[in-house]
Design a binder for this molecule. Structure first.
Ligand code: GLC
Length: 535
């Protein structure tokens, strides 16, 4: 298979604060991640994406960077990072970092200079405006609630922040800002980093005329893209594509590096981020499954719309969970987390697994006194807090789930006694072993790795599709209902072998003419005949 690593592999998102603590301070760190690399290699993923590990006052847990070229002491030192990179590469794991170019921390030296006076050479590195007669320059809102404008009494102007006031937005119309961030990218690429996930990339450019946004258009991570009123003048501006092209050419200075972009937009806007002639992002994150109604017909439609919208040569990708959204195991009922795993790992396109979803970590309701997420603190009661999906990884059924010897920074989900790596590793029917079998299957079957997606008609609650490459064909049948069902095919149309089912006890079963599915069961079938399916 001569495709780039990011097309054939599986990406695993790590939220470093919560993965593995090695020094007992209750917060995960780089040495902890190094310790757990063999686990990831054994799971079968081939790349890890670390959410921000740069120096930060942690107002938004690393998404407020005060030095892009240093590691925050909570996580370790640059030498620990180099050790992580070496150890990961030795185990065939690529390392993707999280670049946050839209804004810095208000503690970044650039902002400290910028706010020091109107004449400072860095003044124009951020977005400063005079007050309007009513106060704030316009109606632009912060994604975290309230106005996006913060008044600075020392210099008598407002600065713009799409997120917290402690996260002032950089002025990407300024070529010096661009050059500075491109140097950051080169710094990490030279060290051997394999790619970047770029934070809120669709926000980089704002309207030059500062026109008011349509009402209610602040995007919140809790609002599905198709329901969101797109903030017309502060996001998805056409000039952002020029910047992405520049980022791509910086990336192309190094071999085999990857750019992923975080974008919450409806599919027809999302796919423009592959760029003209595909000179944009390799993978604009596709978050459709985060918001999808969990019904066979709706999912089939969503997959087909995405496939149809992709530009020629644009490689798809799928995401089931991330550090901003409720956990998949809690979003779905019954055995559907297993169906979700099969779907994620058999669709065409690079899958991203959120840490802990492979053992079914549940969303946790955090008691008010332990809430740490600034988003939740800013807009209490909205139920959009993100701490509940960021709780520590569950390694063992013992104290603190093996995450730390100290008090963890967030509580651990109480179900850790069953949902932990050690217990599930030794249970062949566990969710963890389903993930492991699926990843191994995906890697070993070219039709699953790189094959075409062929939609087949939905039958009741059963989502059916095939993946095909040359002579190899794989059928996927997912029962999204909570009752047993059976799907019959025209005679002679179906002969194969069940290679992975949600229930390990069926693996290897011969399939002829029909597939019987238990409640909540998904099946991946290796097809024998080299004919088109007659359904
Ligand atoms: C992205 C991150 C989120 C962060 C925000 C501001 O949406 O995923 O966690 O709060 O950007 O940087």
């Amino acid at each position: 298979m001569n495709a780039p690593w990011w097309q054939t592999g599986v990406i695993y998102e790590i939220y470093p604060r919560s993965f593995q603590d090695s020094n007992g301070d209750g917060i995960g760190d780089l040495s902890g991640i190094i310790r757990r690399l063999p686990y990831l290699a054994d799971l079968g993923v081939n790349a890890i994406w670390l959410t921000p590990i740069f120096r930060s006052p942690m107002a938004d847990f690393g998404y407020d960077v005060s030095d892009y070229m240093a590691i925050d002491p909570i996580f370790g030192e640059l030498s620990d990072f180099d050790a992580l990179l070496t150890a990961a590469h030795a185990q065939d794991l690529k390392v993707i970092l999280d670049l946050v170019p839209n804004h810095t921390s208000d503690q970044h030296a650039w902002f400290i200079e910028s706010r020091s006076s109107r004449e400072n050479p860095k003044r124009n590195w951020y977005i400063w405006r005079d007050p309007a007669p009513e106060g704030v320059p316009n109606n632009w809102c912060s994604e975290f609630g309230g106005s996006a404008w913060e008044y600075d009494s020392a210099t008598g102007q407002y600065y713009y922040h799409a997120f917290l006031a402690k996260q002032p937005d950089l002025n990407w119309r300024n070529t010096q800002v661009r050059a500075a961030i491109y140097d950051v990218m080169r710094f990490w690429f030279r060290r051997g980093v394999d790619g970047f996930r770029i934070d809120v990339i669709w926000h980089l450019i704002k309207d030059e005329q500062f026109r008011d946004n349509p009402p209610n258009s602040a995007f919140t991570p809790g609002r599905p893209p198709h329901e969101a009123v797109i903030p017309l003048y502060t996001a998805d501006r056409s000039e952002v594509h020029d910047i992405i092209r520049e980022m791509r050419s910086v990336t192309n200075e190094f071999p085999e590096r990857l750019l992923i972009g975080e974008i919450y937009l409806p599919v027809e806007r999302l796919v423009t981020y592959y760029g003209r002639d595909l000179g944009g992002l390799h993978l604009p994150f596709n978050f459709a499954l985060l918001f999808a109604p969990w019904r066979a017909r709706d999912l089939a439609k969503l997959i087909e719309e995405y496939e149809a919208a992709l530009p020629r040569g644009g490689w798809p990708n799928w995401v089931l969970g991330n550090h901003d959204r409720p956990r998949i195991a809690s979003r779905l009922s019954g055995g559907q987390a297993r169906i979700a795993a099969i779907l994620l790992l058999t669709l065409r396109g690079t899958p991203t697994i959120y840490y802990g979803d492979e053992i079914g970590i549940q969303q946790l309701t955090i008691p008010p006194e332990r809430i740490r997420d600034p988003f939740e603190k800013n807009v209490p009661g909205l139920g959009v807090g993100r701490d509940g999906c960021r709780t520590p990884m569950q390694w063992t059924p013992t104290d603190n789930a093996g995450f730390s010897t100290g008090e963890p920074w967030l509580p651990i989900a109480p179900s850790y006694e069953e949902q932990n790596v050690a217990t599930q590793h030794s249970d062949s029917g566990s969710l963890y072993n389903l993930y492991r079998r699926l990843i191994a299957l995906r890697r070993s079957r070219p039709s699953l790795t790189l094959g075409h997606y062929r939609p087949l008609s939905v039958r009741g609650d059963v989502l059916l599709f095939a993946r095909e490459l040359e002579n190899e064909r794989t059928l996927v049948a997912l029962n999204m209902g909570h009752e047993a069902t059976s799907v019959a095919f025209d005679s002679g149309g179906l002969a194969g072998r069940l290679v992975v089912s949600s229930f390990a006890d069926r693996d290897g079963e011969p399939i002829n003419g029909r597939i019987d599915l238990r409640a909540d069961e998904g099946a991946v079938v290796e097809l024998f005949q080299n004919r088109l399916l007659p359904i």
